[in-house]
Every structure is written in structure tokens, then in C-alpha cells.
Design a protein around this ligand. Structure first.
Ligand code: GDP
Ligand code: MG
Length: 427
């Protein structure tokens, strides 16, 4: 079997450790492409160059032989991108080879403003948005009221379209939100020029590049943002993100057509964590969550918000793996569980007294109660372990139980945030 086209996705609520796994796998590929989402992402990479939190730039950037691409399915805040490029350059990382799809969507400052206005309006019912304007940038893409990166090369046309869009937005801000702030056309245009000029040289038709690469049998890795349960169609709608987080979307969002995906790698955390609002069935009470949050350093990489923490949820994780069509699973943060006396895994949801292993729609999820099995923990520090057989017996049992419950094999076990803190398990 050819093994050239791989997609790496999250199987839960995001923050599973995708950035860390892409950084590891990228040593064996030629291209890494982010295919959806925007700078609401926070992908943490720890390697010989330091510790990085990437928001828009693919996590293959630390591998000098990799061409990194921001795909057409992304929404890109060019101000945030310019800052991220400068930060990486300061750390001595060569960013000149990055390419940005001319069909990707620009996220404007007025999208951030609208995100804030709407979250404020919703009050206690807010989505828990990162307030980076992502939903509004995607919304307008579908409303056909957005600007593509490649339009920077057609300034006259762009100005005309932008003026029309801003007039419409100002009506919305004034009438719906009674906003005192008006979007200023000239300011927006100068924002576009300032940051557009900084990144313009990286913008091109990335599909042509990728088609050529694929025809030469180059190795291509697609990197997803967030995870299965935040997918706009199959996730915990409306507490999802605004894009498709599935592996099946990678060719469209990445801009590579007529090729089959050879392999899907799914990243799964050994417990549950989630940022933002929405039902979270296995959520731990705060007195238990607090400790694990500290040892596992569970704070949002994009926003710094404390993450909600829960026990491993086999119902949600199995569903997450199924909808991604995973071939290989990486189980992360096993080292963070050391020291816990007992571990719990949710095997079923109790919905109105009926047990189910099926992942339901959000209203049912909101009333679902977890049914747990109890396993014994371990005390040993396992971060230096590189051999499955040498893990404490209870850690092995925990991993094998997860495999049994989700019905997929685990290939990688991550025991630390660093690139090489990984156990390869035979499957
Ligand atoms: P992503 O959004 O899926 O890329 O994940 P994030 O980077 O937002 O969150 C994962 C966090 O866990 C980051 O702080 C990583 O450095 C860290 N991490 C990843 N794998 C491991 C692991 O196996 N052990 C520990 N202790 N930390 C890990
Ligand atoms: Mg993250």
C-alpha cells in the first residue's frame, strides 16, 4: 500500500496533543498542511528549539525539509499571522518556505468585534468562543461576503468589494447590536495593506504545488485543528467550532484533489479536557479536577483559560474515532495520570434510566449521566519509559482497557510533551 497521504486529527474535544504528534511525524514527510480553523487553535510543540504555541502555522515548521502550507479551508487573521511569523523568526526558525492558499479566507478585526458583541449579548448562554472572530469569518464565507487572500493581488476589485461588505456590516452592528463602534473603511483598508504587505509574498495557488507534489509521490500530512466532538456537523452542536474537523474534509480544506487518504492518525488524550461551553458528561468535580489540571498543565494554549477536566469517556472517544475513520491512535499524557489512586472510565451513558453506548445529540448529552468502571492507578513516573512492556502493570491495564472499549488499536503512547517522549506499541 502506498503510504503518502496522511491526515492527523483530534478524536475528542481538541487539545489532545496534535501539535506534538505532527512535530514528531513531520520528520518523515515533505509537506504539512493545516486544512481548517484559524488562530483559535493552540498547538503546543516542545523540541530542541524550545516551547512553541502555534496558532495558524502548521506544526511541521520545525522540520527544515518540510514545506508548510496554510490551506484554502482556513480562516486567517493576517495580523495574528504576521505576529506569529515574527515570533518564530526570533527563535531562529526559517519561515520563508511557508505558503498560504490564495483561496483561504481573511479574518478581519470586525469579525473579532462581532464575536465579542455576540458573546456579550448571549451572557450566561455564550458559546465560550475564543473571541478571535472565527465563527463570523466562516459565516461570511458561506454568505459570500468575505475576502480571499489572493484578492490582495487585485486591489481595485478588493476595495470595491470591501466597501460593500463594510456598509452591510455597519448596518448590522448599528441595528442589531446598537454598537457605538462603526467599522471605518479607510482604517480597515490600511490594516489590510499593513499586514497584507507582510505576508503577500507567501500567498499562491497551493493546490498546483500539492498536485505536483502528489504526482511525484511526495509525503503529505494534513494537520487538523480541534477534534471530532467539535466538528460543525458531527460534534456537540452548537458548542462546536465553525469548521469541519474531520479527516474526510482534509483533501477539500487542504486543496488536494483526486487522491486517496492512505492513513488517518487520531490523537486521543488519556483523560478528558475541554475548553468552552457545552455538555461534558465525565466532568470531574472541581476539587478533583484542580490537581490534575495543575499536574497536566491544562490551560488553553490559545487563550490561557483553565480547561475543564474529566475522566476518560469511552463513549465519546469511540464515536470520535469512528467518525474520523482512524487507522492509528496516539494516546497522550499518560504520564499525567501517575499518582492517581483510582482511575475511572465511562463505558455507557445513562439517559433517562436507559444505558447506551451511542453518542447522542446535544439535548440528550445534556442529561446523560456517566456509568463508570474503576481501575487502579500507579505511582511511578513513566515519563522516561520507552517500552510498553516496562510500563507499570496498572498503566498497561488502563491502556488495554481503553483499546478494548473503543475497538481501535493504540500505536503511540505519549509520556511527555517533548518530541521523543513517545512509546511505540506493537499493534
Ligand atoms: P493540540 O491543540 O491538540 O495540539 O494540543 P495542545 O497543545 O493545545 O495541548 C496539549 C498539551 O499537552 C500541550 O501543553 C502539550 O505540550 C502537552 N502534551 C502533549 N502530549 C503530552 C504528554 O504525553 N505528556 C504531557 N505531560 N504533556 C503532553
Ligand atoms: Mg490546542
Amino acid at each position: 500500500m502506498k503510504n503518502n497521504i496522511t491526515v492527523l486529527v483530534g478524536l475528542q474535544w481538541g487539545d489532545e496533543g496534535k501539535g506534538r504528534m505532527v512535530d514528531y511525524i513531520a520528520k518523515d514527510v515533505d509537506y504539512v498542511i493545516r486544512y481548517q480553523g484559524g488562530n483559535n487553535a493552540g498547538h503546543t510543540v516542545v523540541n530542541e528549539f524550545g516551547t512553541f504555541k502555534l496558532h495558524l502555522i502548521p506544526s511541521g515548521i520545525f522540520n527544515p525539509n518540510v514545506t508548510n502550507i496554510l490551506g484554502p479551508g482556513m480562516v486567517i487573521d493576517i495580523e495574528a499571522l504576521s505576529e506569529e511569523l515574527v515570533e518564530l523568526e526570533k527563535s531562529g526558525i526559517d519561515v520563508s518556505g511557508i505558503r498560504i492558499s490564495d483561496r483561504a479566507t481573511i479574518t478581519f478585526p470586525y469579525h473579532r468585534l462581532e464575536d465579542n458583541l455576540e458573546e456579550e449579548r448571549l451572557g450566561s448562554g455564550a458559546y465560550g468562543s475564543t473571541r478571535r472572530g472565527i465563527a463570523y469569518a466562516y459565516g461570511e464565507r458561506y454568505q459570500k461576503k468575505s475576502i480571499q487572500l489572493g484578492e490582495l493581488f487585485y486591489p481595485e476589485n478588493l476595495e470595491k468589494r470591501l466597501e460593500g461588505i463594510i456598509n452591510w456590516k455597519n448596518m448590522l452592528f448599528e441595528k442589531v447590536y446598537q454598537s457605538k463602534e462603526k467599522i471605518d473603511f479607510n482604517n480597515t483598508l490600511s490594516w489590510l495593506k499593513t499586514y497584507g504587505d507582510k505576508i503577500k509574498s507567501l500567498v499562491c495557488n497551493t493546490t498546483v504545488m500539492l498536485e505536483e507534489a502528489a504526482s511525484k509521490n511526495k509525503k503529505i500530512l494534513f494537520e487538523a485543528q480541534l477534534g471530532s466532538l467539535r466538528d460543525i456537523y458531527f460534534g456537540i452542536y452548537p458548542y462546536t467550532t465553525s469548521s469541519c474537523t474531520l479527516s474526510s474534509y482534509a483533501p477539500a480544506g487542504g486543496g488536494l484533489f483526486n487522491r486517496k487518504i492512505d492513513k488517518v492518525i487520531g490523537v486521543m488524550k488519556s483523560f478528558s479536557s475541554c475548553v468552552g461551553s457545552g455538555p461534558f458528561v465525565t466532568e470531574m468535580p472541581e476539587n478533583e479536577a484542580g490537581n490534575l489540571r495543575e499536574t497536566a498543565n491544562e490551560y488553553g494554549a490559545a487563550t490561557g483559560r483553565p480547561r475543564r477536566i474529566g475522566y476518560f469517556d469511552a463513549v465519546a472517544s469511540k464515536y470520535g474515532a469512528l467518525i474520523q475513520g482512524v487507522d492509528e491512535i496516539a494516546l497522550t499524557k499518560m504520564d499525567s495520570l501517575s499518582g492517581l489512586k483510582k482511575l475511572y472510565i465511562c463505558t455507557d451513558y445513562d439517559i433517562n434510566g436507559k444505558l447506551t453506548k451511542e453518542f447522542p445529540l446535544t439535548p440528550a448529552l445534556e442529561i446523560a449521566k456517566p456509568k463508570y468502571i474503576e481501575l487502579q492507578g500507579w505511582d511511578e513516573d513513566i515519563s522516561g519509559c520507552r517500552d510498553f512492556e516496562k510500563l507499570p502493570e496498572n498503566a498497561k491495564k488502563y491502556i488495554l482497557k481503553i483499546e478494548e472499549l473503543i475497538g481501535f488499536k493504540i500505536k503511540y503512547i505519549s509520556v511527555g510533551p517533548e518530541r521523543e517522549s513517545l512509546i511505540l506499541k506493537s499493534t
